[in-house]
Design a protein around this ligand. Structure first.
Ligand code: C2E
Ligand code: CA
Ligand code: CA
Length: 670
């Protein structure tokens, strides 16, 4: 309703204005008309006052009047009166003869004129008002009336005889009304003009208003489009610098509130200028669009890919936990942009240099953040292009090391740079051998021996743990079967398995295959899964582990105590061994709290039917304490270090005959 009112109110106002204008015009017209009629009446009244009425009494209003001398006198007067103005047409006298019978007494026309009205001639247009004049009515005007001579208005004034008080005659004047009408039009001109002007102006205003509304609607509808244009790069459709600044601001305040981390990657294409110069701008544009498309496809929905202009892009990672996240994205981008891009039928390849800056590590505000990433990008360019750099030099060093380890691992796998070392596990009850753990070693041709702690995490991150773990499993099983066949040893070989290996479908099948190929009985293989892996991969109750233990493969829970699982829950795994993490063993003698933990771990494990192995036993005191606590097995430098197969086999007879003896355990290099 309000909307309708607002829409039509101006038109209504104009309508009212027009109506008022018309009313005003009509009013002006009627006022002018009345004024002119009054003027004519005044003229006739003046005539009536100056007229010689004595002669009139002699007339009868009959044809016979014409011969009376009074008639001639009267006619002369009437003629003289008519001559006063060229607008006067007739001046005449009328009398009432009988009921409603009005007759001419005399007129201003000479006899013989076609308009002459002889005395006694009936007045054709006698109206009731005219008749009324004879019985005391006021003077009146009649017309305008149109006849063959023109348009006329009649002004009629009665003359009352002073003696008798009767109306003696009515004096009439016919005036040309054309002049009159002209005057009326002139009078109407101003209000009519004003109304027309009003209509014109308001019409124009309404039109303007309608136009403005339309324009406003158009503007409104294109507001989104404008926003789009203002916040997006017109070439690629990616967010532009302005929108990026906005998002960075949001991400920063969110990260600040949640005490979380975020990262930006600053990208600059390496050979873009070449493409632009040699193939032209159109190809350059097509290339940028393709790069934009690939970048967008690489990152998650929540990540922002923006173009700063030229060949510079920025990627904003709002959900960011680990340095590796940014590293992975950077590596994916480098790999993706290394693939050739076809533009205009030509295959071109550009590289990219990437700078990575993190919040809160590198900067606290968005300007500093971007600048940091920009500097890191230049550092990446300087260090040979097609690579990435962290803003932080320490991280750069770490990332470089990871990268070279990763490359080294690939080569190491191909060149067979890995060997297995073996570390025995002994029974505390009788000192005999109850198992042997296979531990991988890497002999790098330049770096020498590389610790598992340095390369296993990289292998896990890069996925290389899968082929490496596969080799380890096969190698450990074939060694164990060799010893088994020689009759040297019939205890299980313990192989560490990482989460990524377990996540791959068909891991159990691969284990069965290795057992088949090597001929090792399943009960001589024990897989060590860390507590964290078990929890992470929700392995409890998994069908895959079920199949493995059905086959007879044993399971051990490794590094127990480092995670946050309940032993009762882990029990459902069907594991046979629990390995107490060596950090507890290390602290246990001095630290009462660690000792209490170990005691309760062993109590629980026994209650659940698990054999307990303490790892990292380095001293006799630890060993004795473990014995007192009722620990089943021990593994550690105190008994024997991990050693190459040859050393292991050399010492095997001693261990089988006499059990382990610390004194007889020369420190072989681990
Ligand atoms: P882990 O499974 O807990 O292996 C036991 C680690 O304790 C081995 O370190 C071993 O050398 C060390 N150790 C044994 N006795 C003592 C001792 O008395 N004192 C001390 N301080 N350490 C002792 P290593 O060989 O350096 O391996 C480190 C970790 O790397 C392993 O921890 C395991 O998580 C991983 N790893 C090693 N070999 C493999 C493998 O073949 N596959 C997988 N997936 N991971 C492996
Ligand atoms: Ca282990
Ligand atoms: Ca362990």
């Amino acid at each position: 309703m309000r909307h309708l009112l607002a829409k039509y109110a101006p038109a209504l106002l104009v309508l009212v204005g027009v109506l008022l204008g018309i009313l005003f015009t009509l009013q002006t017209l009627s006022a002018a008309d009345a004024r002119m009629r009054e003027q004519r009446l005044t003229e006739v009244r003046l005539m009536e006052r100056t007229f010689d009425w004595t002669a009139v009494q002699a007339l009868r209003g009959e044809p016979g009047d014409a011969i009376r001398p009074e008639y001639v006198r009267i006619k002369q007067q009437l003629e003289a009166l008519r001559g006063v103005s060229p607008q006067y047409r007739f001046v005449y006298l009328m009398a009432l003869r009988g009921e409603g019978d009005v007759r001419f007494l005399a007129d201003s026309e000479p006899p013989g004129s076609p308009d002459f009205s002889p005395s006694g001639m009936a007045y054709g247009e006698a109206t009731s008002q005219l008749v009324g004049l004879f019985s005391g009515g006021q003077a009146l005007t009649e017309g305008p009336v149109e006849d063959r001579w023109g348009v006329w208005v009649s002004a009629l004034v009665p003359h009352v005889d002073p003696q008798s008080g009767q109306v003696l005659a009515v004096l009439g004047l016919d005036v040309d009304a054309r002049q009159w009408q002209r005057a009326l039009w002139q009078a109407a001109l101003l209000p009519l003009g004003a109304t027309l002007a009003f209509v014109l102006v308001s019409g124009l205003m309404l039109r303007q208003r309608a136009r403005t509304r339309k324009e406003l609607a158009r503007l409104k509808s294109s507001e989104d489009q404008l926003y789009e244009q203002a916040h997006h790069d017109s070439l690629t459709g990616l967010p532009n610098q302005r929108l990026l600044a906005d998002r960075m601001h949001q991400v920063l305040s969110h990260a600040h509130r949640m005490e979380s981390r975020a990262a930006i990657l600053f990208l600059d294409l390496d050979r873009f200028k070449n493409v632009n110069d040699s193939l032209g701008h159109a190809m350059g544009d097509a290339l940028l669009c393709e790069v934009a498309r690939r970048l967008r496809a690489l990152v998650r929905e929540d990540d922002t890919v923006a173009r700063l202009g030229g060949d510079e892009f920025v990627i904003l990672l709002p959900e960011y936990l680990h340095d590796d996240d940014a590293r992975h994205v950077a590596e994916k981008i480098i790999a993706e942009l290394a693939k050739p891009i076809t533009v205009g039928g030509q295959s071109v390849s550009v590289g990219v240099s990437i700078g990575i800056a993190q919040y809160p590590d590198d900067a606290l505000d968005s300007a500093g953040w971007l600048a940091c990433a920009d500097r890191a990008m230049y550092a990446a360019k300087d260090s040979g292009r097609n690579t990435y750099q962290f803003a932080d030099p320490l991280q750069n060093a770490r990332a470089r090391e990871r990268l070279s380890i990763e490359t080294g691992l690939r080569q190491g796998l191909a060149h067979g740079e890995f060997v297995l070392y073996y570390q025995p596990v002994f029974s505390l009850a009788h000192g005999g051998l109850t198992g042997v753990e296979a531990l991988v070693r890497w002999h790098h041709p330049e770096w020498g021996r590389v610790e598992p702690a340095r390369f296993i995490p990289v292998a896990e991150d890069s996925g290389l743990i899968v082929p490496l773990g596969d080799w380890i499993l096969a190698e450990a099983c074939s060694a164990a079967q060799r010893w088994n066949r020689q009759g040297a040893l019939a205890v299980p070989v313990m192989v560490n398995v990482s989460a990524l290996q377990l996540r791959r479908p068909g891991f159990d099948g691969r284990v069965a295959e290795v057992l088949q190929e090597t001929g090792l009985p399943a009960n001589l293989l024990e897989l060590e899964l860390t507590e964290t892996t078990i929890m992470q991969e929700t392995l409890v109750g998994s069908a895959m582990l079920g199949r493995l233990s059905e086959e007879g493969v044993r399971l051990a829970i490794d590094d127990f105590g480092t995670g946050y699982s309940s032993l009762a829950y882990l029990r459902q795994l069907d594991a046979t061994r629990l390995k107490v993490d060596r950090s507890f063993v290390a602290d246990m003698v001095e630290d009462a709290e660690a000792r209490v933990i170990v005691i309760s771990m062993m109590g629980l494990a026994r209650a659940l039917g698990l054999k307990v192995t303490a790892e990292g036993v380095e001293t006799g005191a630890q060993l004795e304490l473990l014995r007192t606590l009722g620990c089943d097995d021990v593994q550690g430098f105190y008994c024997a270090r991990p050693m190459p197969e040859a050393d292991f086999l050399a010492r095997l007879p001693d261990w089988i005959n006499g059990g382990f003896s610390p004194a007889s355990a020369p420190d072989k290099t681990a």
